[in-house]
Structure formats: structure tokens, C-alpha cells
Design a protein around this ligand. Structure first.
Ligand code: ARG
Ligand code: ZN
Length: 464
């Protein structure tokens, strides 16, 4: 199914409030201008109204010496309303030209918005192509929590991670997870450096002191999960027993520490497939960079990105995100516990089934923390602002929610719910309300009390 149709189906299923905010409703529609955001309460300018992107074709050249990027982005999109004007998200960089269906378009910059006025208005439903030529030295964006994401230069290339906002630091984009698309990447870097993106490597070619890498991400992907990380990497490739193409790229400085963990990747993916259902993508792997200033890893689709050699728990966590977060995407950043709580619970399950602590033990250790602990600072499904989306309650109390669900419904039913979630929403989206509904439908039980307490209620919940 084309992305646009799939998304229609999603919109039909999401609660009315979310539908309204996604539709870009309001006075702008009447004037044919696409709104500057999709209405995400935490990131109001993220994404844009009035169209959906089906495919990004990105051709990039990065000079690791001068740290300059030259890019051409071709977006294949569809108008969802009449458009005399629409926005893309792009922060920094210089735009040289914009065309819409091969005709030069007017454009202006306004903060992170690239405002495009096509020569002729686009009618609702119309497919169109936008080409943007741009260049400059990309810089990361600072997030509400003070962390940096986007294009982060390193001593030998760039660590490229876009959660939640950074995709717009390196390409013009409809920068919200509600709009998933497929991607082609053609990336040219100095010979000796490797550019690693998502999906399958289609080919690489060296000429005149430069190497061009061609990558294809064939399954729909949220923009924040796109990467084209550049560095001096040792590369390893193989195909798993399930036919998944693995491509690992490792900074030599991290190679010794990374090797024993990366060796476990096929086993971890097979174990997770056993629990969550088939691995959702045709490619897998890891990018282990040496980026000491970053301070986090990201579940970049098909190929998680690590700022240094990961430990096994982190590998399990980022791998679990391929199901929860990547294949099943957020509809609003407020629901981030659907990503982080699930990936954290996968770590607990891994421990439990591999001779470590039981999930009950992990739960109890956390539950023992005093009411004043940061763990209880806010409820996981209501972090309150973008500054809290990577806070401890989202990860740890998010996992505790799932453990409470498991205790309430039993192991077998619990796993049935997780699998149904991954299957029903594969390559799509999910909301907290939909998860609650699915849990109730699967069990035939009323679970609103449990979810109300653990997901939405301030403070440390009393034990049931
Ligand atoms: N989703 C990542 C994880 O696996 C964390 C990303 C943090 N991003 C940031 N800008 N601080 O938990
Ligand atoms: Zn995570």
C-alpha cells in the first residue's frame, strides 16, 4: 500500500483530538497555505500541514575536512488540501534553489521553516515533486533537555542522529514521525571514509579520491530515524539465517570493546523475533562511532547508531526499538513511553531469560525508590514537555507499566498483546489509547484502572 493510503487508514483509527491536530485544520486551510507544524504539543513547528511525503531521494556530498555539506533533496509528495504555499523544515544551511515539478518556485526562510510557493497552486490529492539544492556546514540542534541532535561533526566525519528534531539540520523534511516515507541516499565522502545510512547498500564506487555510497531504506521510516553517519569504519557484512542483510560499521577505536557484543546481534534479533514477531525490516546492523561528546545511542532504522561500543543491554534496547518505535511509530512525542518503556522492558525480559535478574526483581528494585526520587517526577504518558521526553519516568516507569500489565493478565496473554501491537501497527503508527484498547480487547478485562494509575497519575503509585 502506498504510504499515503496507509496513513489515511491510520487517521481513520486515531482518536478525534489527534486527527484534528494532524489534519492541519484551521483558517490556514481556507487560504491554501499548509500549516507550519502538524500540531505536536511538544514540538509545535515539527512537520507541516497540507501534504505527505512518500519518498526522499537525498544526494549528499560531505567534505570531512571543511565540514561542508552539499545536498540535493528530491521529495515525492501528495497534497492533502489545496496548497498555494507549504512549508518544509530546515534549520541552518543555505538554500540555492527550489523547484516544484521542475518549475522554479519562490521560497523564503523563517526560522526552521522553508516556505515554498509553487508557481501554481496544488490541488488536493495532487502528487508533486519538490527539489531543493542546498549547502553549508550543518550544525546540531539543541533540544529542550539541553542535549544535541542532528548532524554532529566528529574528528573523522559526522555522527548523524535526529531524535527528536535533528533531521532538519541536514535535509529539508516534513519533520514529524506521523509522516513516514521511504528513502534513497547517495552519499559521497573522501576516499577512506565510509558513509553509512539506513537499509540496504546498493553499491559503492571510488573515483577521483572520493567514494560514493548508495543506500536504500525500502520500508517506511520516520525522519528522525534517518542517518548518514560518516567516519573511518571497519565494515563487516553477512546475512542472517532469516535472510536479513547485516552491515556493521565500527570505528577502529571501539572495535575491541564492540566485537563481543556485536557478535550477539543475530542471536538478539532472533530472540526478539521469537517474542515480538518477525523482524520488521530486510536489513540490520550497527554503527559504532567514536563520538565522546554525544552521550546517547539512537535506534536509527535497521542500523542503530552508538556513540561508543555498546554494552549488551544497550544492544538489546536499540534492537527492540526496531519493533517498538521504528516499525510502530509515534503519533505524538507525548507518547514516547511507547518507544522507551517497551525497549527498556525488552532489556528486563532479556535479563530474565538469560540468567540475570527477573523482571519482577528489576521492578522491585525501582519500586523501592523513595517517593522523592526522579523516577516519580512525572507520569510516563504525560511527560509535560519536550524537556522530559528522555527522562527516567519515560524509560523506567514506562517499563514498570508493562510489568504491571503482565502481572495482571499473565505471561502468555501479555506476550500476545506485545505481538499483536507489533503486528497490527507494523510500518505504521500507534497511540497510547490504542495500546490500552488492544490490551483490553485481547484480555476481555477492564484495565483502565491499572493504566490510569501507572501511565497518567502523578507521584509514586501505591501497590495494588
Ligand atoms: N531513543 C534513544 C534511546 O535509545 C535516545 C535518544 C536521545 N536523544 C537525545 N536527543 N537526547 O533511548
Ligand atoms: Zn530507547
Amino acid at each position: 500500500m502506498p504510504a499515503v493510503l496507509r496513513r489515511k487508514a491510520l487517521l481513520a483509527a486515531v482518536p478525534v483530538t489527534v486527527t484534528a491536530l494532524l489534519a492541519g485544520a484551521g483558517p490556514a486551510v481556507a487560504h491554501g497555505t499548509g500549516s507550519a507544524g502538524v500540531g505536536d504539543p511538544y514540538f509545535p513547528l515539527a512537520g507541516n500541514g497540507g501534504y505527505e511525503v512518500g519518498h526522499y531521494d537525498l544526494t549528499l556530498r560531505y567534505d570531512t575536512g571543511s565540514r561542508r555539506l552539499e545536498g540535493r533533496a528530491i521529495l515525492t509528495a501528495r497534497a492533502t488540501q489545496r496548497l498555494t504555499r507549504f512549508d518544509l523544515d530546515l534549520k541552518g544551511l543555505k538554500v540555492a534553489s527550489v523547484t516544484v515539478d521542475h518549475a522554479k518556485a519562490d521560497f523564503r526562510r523563517s526560522g526552521q521553516e522553508l516556505v515554498v510557493t509553487p508557481r501554481r497552486a496544488l490541488r488536493p490529492g495532487r502528487a508533486f515533486r519538490v527539489t531543493v539544492d542546498y549547502h553549508g556546514a550543518p550544525k546540531p540542534v539543541t533540544d529542550p533537555d539541553g542535549s544535541a541532535d542532528g548532524w554532529i561533526p566528529t574528528d573523522d566525519g559526522a555522527f548523524v542522529a535526529g531524535e527528536p528534531q535533528g533531521a532538519m539540520t541536514w535535509f529539508p523534511v516534513n519533520n514529524h514521525p506521523t509522516d513516514k516515507a521511504t528513502y534513497d541516499f547517495t552519499v559521497t565522502v573522501p576516499k577512506g571514509r565510509t558513509a553509512v545510512a539506513n537499509g540496504v547498500l546498493l553499491g559503492q564506487r571510488t573515483a577521483h579520491g572520493r567514494t560514493t555510497f548508495r543506500w536504500r531504506a525500502a520500508e517506511p521510516m520516520a525522519a528522525y530515524l534517518a542517518t548518514v553517519t560518516v567516519g573511518t569504519f571497519k565494515v563487516e557484512r553477512y546475512t542472517t539465517r532469516d535472510g536479513v542483510e547485516v552491515y556493521n560499521a565500527v570505528d577502529p577505536r571501539e572495535a575491541r570493546a564492540a566485537a563481543p557484543v556485536l557478535r550477539k546481534l543475530p542471536e538478539v534479533l532472533a530472540w526478539e523475533s521469537g517474542l515480538f514477531g518477525p523482524y520488521p525490516f530486510r536489513a540490520a546492523g550497527a554503527i559504532v562511532d567514536h563520538a565522546p561528546d554525544v552521550g546517547y545511542a539512537l535506534e536509527t532504522q535497521t542500523r542503530p547508531l552508538y556513540d561508543s561500543a555498546p554494552d549488551l543491554a544497550t544492544l538489546v534496547h536499540e534492537s527492540a526499538h526496531q519493533w517498538f518505535g521504528d516499525s510502530v511509530s509515534l503519533t505524538t512525542w507525548k507518547d514516547i513511553w511507547l518507544n522507551e518503556g517497551f525497549a527498556t522492558y525488552a532489556e528486563w525480559l532479556y535479563d530474565e531469560q538469560h540468567g540475570g535478574d527477573t523482571a519482577q526483581k528489576s521492578f522491585d528494585t525501582l519500586y523501592a525508590r523513595p517517593a522523592s526520587d526522579e523516577l516519580w517526577a512525572f507520569p510516563p504518558a504525560d511527560p509535560g514537555s519536550g524537556a522530559n521526553i528522555f527522562g527516567t519516568p519515560v524509560y523506567a516507569r514506562g517499563a514498570m507499566v508493562l510489568h504491571e500489565l503482565r502481572r495482571a493478565v499473565g505471561d502468555k496473554t501479555f506476550l500476545r498483546i506485545l505481538r499483536a501491537w507489533a503486528t497490527k501497527h507494523r510500518d505504521g503508527h500507534g497511540t497510547t489509547a490504542q495500546f490500552v484498547k488492544l490490551a483490553e480487547a485481547t484480555t476481555g478485562k477492564r484495565l483502565d484502572g491499572l493504566f490510569q494509575t501507572w501511565l497518567f497519575t502523578e507521584g509514586k503509585p501505591r501497590r495494588a
